[in-house]
Design a protein around this ligand. Structure first.
Ligand code: UT7
Length: 350
């Protein structure tokens, strides 16, 4: 039997501490008017001293599991998309697995920067289609504030912290992930990087002095590539799904810069009503930006079975991707799950 991969639960977490543009005026030579007009950002959330990618990801994961009516013990895979893990070892996914008590789950991290959620969704979908896993938790989280150079006005105004999660499960319905397009260009990796702290440039007094553990970015070079790649991958994903933009209930893009979103919207020809934007309140939250936006979209908007969503992202690496999703009949997916779990239990007990 062929299965599709459907989202059955979702959740997101934003730290309580708000950093406004006016707060940033006290740190670097910038101003609220410049930031709002060049990026669309008014404020972003910053992790508290005891918060990390795994703690925020765990909160989001618990919400997603609750929404899916699934116990952590029933998960068989956890994928965490992050560029800002708690540690190099262990994987942040393992810390989330421990926090949740997901005792039967494999766990690994995946790093494709701001495209991370879409790469994780694609990976989870492949696991489901190949039969390698049935109940998958995808977490996307970033604590980018710990990797900012708070003296660099071209980067520190852009990013924020947060986490989000979805549960992905098999369904026999013609729904869930319909198509995915992914891409990368390692030849222009210098456009967005955290240079030090890896095997190429281990931490040293020199790397600390150079602030080489912080995000560096060639913002205006990335800008053009971002618009081109997001528009192209979105069009390809739509074509693969046999859909056109007017079929879309909503476009939920990676929130990098309001001007990038407007240019992508124009290139795709989607309406303001279709385009979901929340960058004003969160800034760029890296891998978590699409699933945070998805969570907010679902909170504020009714969605019907059969509605189509388009996710599209661009990030460091460079990487990009687009995914078209048809909203599944979630109660029916849960019925399919309970039937499968009943059979699994019977097989175990004989
Ligand atoms: O998540 C995916 C990866 N990241 C992105 O997609 C980011 C893409 N890039 C961007 O969002 C934009 O390029 C930025 C918001 C980073 C910068 O906007 P820009 O319109 O491309 O500005 P720019 O870098 O061309 O700089 C224009 C001017 C410069 O001054 P001069 O040389 O013209 O005198 C900058 O020094 O703006 C200056 N500037 C600022 N001024 C006030 C740069 N940052 C700031 C600032 N406040 N925060």
């Amino acid at each position: 039997m062929d299965y599709n991969a459907a989202i059955t639960g979702w959740g997101w977490y934003s730290p309580a501490q708000v950093l406004s543009n006016h707060d940033l005026e006290k740190l670097v030579d910038t101003n609220d008017a410049w930031i709002q007009s060049r990026t669309g950002i008014r404020e972003r959330r910053i992790a508290g001293p005891n918060e990390t990618t795994s703690t925020m990801g765990t909160i989001a994961a618990r919400q997603a599991l609750e929404e899916a009516e699934l116990s952590a013990r029933d998960l068989d895979l956890i994928i965490c998309a992050t560029t800002t893990p708690d540690h190099l070892i262990p994987a942040t996914a393992c810390l989330i697995q421990r926090n949740l008590g997901a005792n039967h789950a494999a766990a690994f991290d995946l790093n494709t920067a701001c495209s991370g959620f879409l790469y994780a969704l694609a990976t989870g979908t492949q696991f489901i289609q190949a039969g390698g896993a049935r109940r998958i938790l995808i977490v996307a989280g970033e604590t980018l504030s710990r990797f900012m150079n708070w003296e660099d006005r071209s980067t520190c105004i852009l990013f924020g912290d947060g986490a989000a999660a979805v549960v992905l499960e098999p369904t026999a319905q013609t729904a869930g992930v319909l198509s995915t397009v992914l891409g990368s260009r390692g030849d222009v990796e210098h456009m967005l990087s955290i240079e030090a702290g890896g095997s190429a440039r281990p931490a040293s007094a020199e790397t600390l002095a150079e602030k080489a553990h912080c995000v560096r970015m060639k913002g205006n070079e990335i800008f053009k590539l971002a618009v081109r790649s997001m528009a192209q991958s979105a069009q390809e994903a739509l074509a693969k799904a046999g859909l056109v933009t007017s079929d879309l209930r909503a476009v939920i893009p990676h929130q990098a810069n309001h001007r990038i979103l407007t240019a992508t919207q124009d290139a795709l020809g989607v309406s303001d009503q279709q385009m979901f934007v929340n960058i004003d309140r969160y800034g760029n939250t890296g891998a978590s930006s699409i699933p945070i936006a998805l969570g907010e979209f679902l909170q504020g908007n009714a969605i019907d079975v059969g509605d189509h969503l388009l996710f599209v992202a661009f990030g460091g690496g460079l990487t990009w991707g687009a995914t078209v999703l048809r909203w599944a009949d979630i109660p029916a997916v849960k019925m399919e799950r309970w039937e499968t779990m009943r059979k699994e239990k019977l097989a175990l007990t004989g």
